[in-house]
Write a protein that binds this ligand. Structure first.
Ligand SMILES: *Cc1c(COP(=O)(O)O)cnc(C)c1O
Length: 375
């Protein structure tokens, strides 16, 4: 998809906010602890290369991505720091990862055996991080027996450097630490089985770092906090207090592309789900669900000029309509998502409105929206 540069709609990213969040987190780290910036999914919609370069310049010591291609994107942009692919990469990709000095996640003995075969053929060595499923139920070793066998296998193989061992928490953003404590116990249990010594044992994402869960982690995998958003994103309860100051970096802006007066009884959008009950001014914004502004946001109030105006009718693929309080000129600035937590259209409040998390709304912003950087 091409970025639409001839349309007044863009994702604005405040790179200085990213820098500040990183510096705050660096200052918050425990002695010796490293920060890996998590830039998967195009840096949560913010733009992976720009964010990664800013992070690399300001003390990030490595990067995490979700898939191998995201790692290549960073390498192609001259990023030389360690990169860990967090997801499961097909084992037959082990050689190309090794060739680019990219570390892969090892989720099972079966994967290790398959990757070993591929590496042996080309006599290559791959850096790996052993994933432990301590209760997330997603990927990684969870059974003692298999982990013991993997330990033995690794002791006899010459094709791996066991750079790390890690786990991921299901509820680090929750006040209730019951399940978190259970996962810590499971992880420590499996850690004690391992006779080989990985360089980095790591468990912390943003939440377990900034809510100060008291747990050892050689690396903080700093994701959502880098973008200035608080990971405790449950609309039903207030955010947990962050130990560091977070400054949100992303906003989504556009302009009115069309303005008209409609009379009482006039329908707006597909299915005419909104019908004017009086003479009204309706504005059109050239952004729709193909840009990631999902249909469920109908009714949410976005900022047009100085006013917060509800989206009326169904959001179309490429356009949406708003109810204006008065006649406004074409070209009036529209802020769909604000980066100011005080604003009613702060991205977190939009996420609450559609009963999801801000992570999701940010990631959904499609490549059709150009990213504009302020620094
Ligand atoms: C995405 C991800 C992170 C980052 O999580 P945040 O909540 O964004 O800090 C860390 N670790 C793993 C394994 C992940 O998948």
């Amino acid at each position: 998809m091409v970025p639409a540069i001839h349309r007044p709609a863009e994702v604005e990213v405040d790179l200085l906010a990213i820098k500040k969040n990183l510096q705050e987190e660096k200052a918050h780290l425990k002695p010796g602890q490293k920060l890996f910036a998590v830039v998967k999914a195009n840096a949560y919609g913010h733009g992976a290369v720009k964010v990664a370069k800013m992070a690399a310049r300001n003390g990030a010591e490595g990067f995490c991505v979700a898939v191998l291609d995201e790692a290549f994107e960073l390498r192609d942009s001259s990023i030389v720091d360690p990169i860990l692919v967090l997801g499961v990469t097909p084992a037959n990709e082990a050689c190309i990862a090794a060739a680019h000095n990219i570390s892969l996640t090892a989720p099972s003995l079966e994967w290790l055996e398959a990757a070993d075969k591929a590496l042996a053929k080309k006599d290559m060595v791959l850096k790996i991080h052993l994933a432990i499923d301590s209760g997330m139920g997603r990927i990684g070793f969870s059974e003692d027996q298999e982990f013991i066998a993997a330990n033995e296998f690794l002791r006899n193989s010459t094709h791996f450097i066991v750079e790390g061992m890690f786990t991921h928490f299901a509820s680090a953003d929750s006040r209730d630490s019951h399940y978190f404590d259970y996962q810590v116990k499971r992880f420590n249990h499996l850690k004690n089985i391992l006779s080989i010594k990985p360089k980095w044992i790591h468990v912390a994402n943003t939440a377990s770092s900034i809510f100060d869960k008291n747990i050892h982690s050689d690396i903080v995998r700093f994701g959502i906090g880098l973008y200035g958003l608080n990971p405790s994103s449950n609309p039903a309860s207030p955010d947990l207090e962050s130990e560091i100051n977070l400054k949100p970096a992303l906003s989504l802006v556009s302009e009115l592309s069309f303005v008209k007066k409609v009379h009482s009884g006039y329908g707006i959008g597909y299915g005419s789900t909104y019908v004017a009950d009086s003479d009204q001014w309706i504005g059109t914004v050239p952004v729709g669900y193909a840009d990631g502004v999902i249909r469920k946001l109908s009714g949410f109030k976005i900022k047009v000029g100085a006013h917060y105006c509800p989206i009326v009718g169904r959001i179309c693929m490429d356009q949406l309509m708003v109810l204006l309080p008065e006649k406004m000129p074409v070209g009036t600035k529209v802020v769909i998502y604000s980066n100011n937590p005080e604003d009613p259209n702060f991205i977190k409040k939009a996420a609450d409105y559609v009963d999801t998390i801000h992570y999701e709304l940010a990631c959904l912003l499609s490549d059709r929206l150009p990213r504009i950087y302020h620094e």
